[in-house]
Design a protein around this ligand. Structure first.
Ligand code: PXP
Length: 237
């Protein structure tokens, strides 16, 4: 069964709405873990719009499951990751104006920089994943660059869920997961997953972790964080 890792960025988004101290992502992480999730994911964005350096340092100490740091290849972020040593690092593309991560990393085009960042992270025994589109070319480049995992971007599937194009994207994701596993890469997936569209993705055998954030934190406003995590675990099961 795929494991659930919860992205708690949007707990910090709510805190930053008032530039205050609550809600605290560290407290949220503890509830998420107690509710049965297998890991905590955070994205330290270059503009620090939600999670900040202090949050990551506190999470590094408090998280008992696994801490996955989503990060760009900007030098200050890489230096921070190397000194903080999360359990896992997921390299993502980042564009300042985007609302959320748009599209996967172009490992083919940025091969040299990405390979060098992977090697620096792996020297610290950090497990490295690349957030990429379900494309054979990107998967082969991820393998060549030395990644341990790929995380398949499910955004297009999620945005087109219920349409023919969503079904086509699902088939692409499934084929990509098989291709990556055959190359010896481990496979995660995430982005835009919610109570409606997660079941199909969770049914792909090769997928180990699902990174889900916005929909769970949004549900938590309505039914509480513990219930929202348990509800998603039920869907994955
Ligand atoms: N995986 C990656 C690599 C991401 O960048 C994000 C968004 O930060 C997620 C998963 C979670 O996406 P969502 O918040 O849409 O569930």
């Amino acid at each position: 069964m795929a494991k659930l890792c919860v992205n708690i960025d949007h707990v910090a988004t709510l805190r930053q709405a008032r530039l205050g101290f609550y809600p605290d992502p560290v407290e949220a992480a503890s509830i998420v873990e107690k509710s049965g999730a297998s890991g905590i994911t955070v994205h330290l964005r270059e503009d620090r719009r939600h999670i900040n350096d202090g949050d990551v340092l506190r999470l590094r100490k408090s998280v008992k499951s696994r801490l996955n740091l989503e990060m760009s290849t900007a030098e200050d972020i890489v230096a921070f990751a190397v000194s903080t040593v999360p359990d896992e690092a997921t390299i993502v593309p980042e564009n300042r104006r985007e609302l959320t991560t748009e599209g996967g990393l172009d490992t083919v085009k940025n091969f040299k920089r990405i390979s060098s960042v992977i090697s620096r992270l792996k020297k610290k025994r950090i497990v490295v994943s690349l957030f990429i589109e379900p494309s054979f070319g990107q998967i082969s480049a991820a393998k060549e660059a030395g990644a341990d995992f790929i995380e398949i971007h499910t955004g297009k599937y999620a945005n087109n869920f219920g349409k023919k194009s969503g079904r086509a994207e699902f088939n692409r994701i499934k084929k990509a997961a098989c291709f990556a596993a055959a190359l010896g890469l481990k496979v995660n997936a995430g982005h835009g997953l919610n109570l409606e569209n997660t079941r199909m993705i969770a049914g792909i055998r090769e997928i180990q972790d699902l990174n889900i954030g916005h929909s769970i934190i949004a549900r938590a406003v309505i039914c509480g964080l513990e219930n929202a995590v348990k509800e998603m675990l039920g869907i994955i099961k």
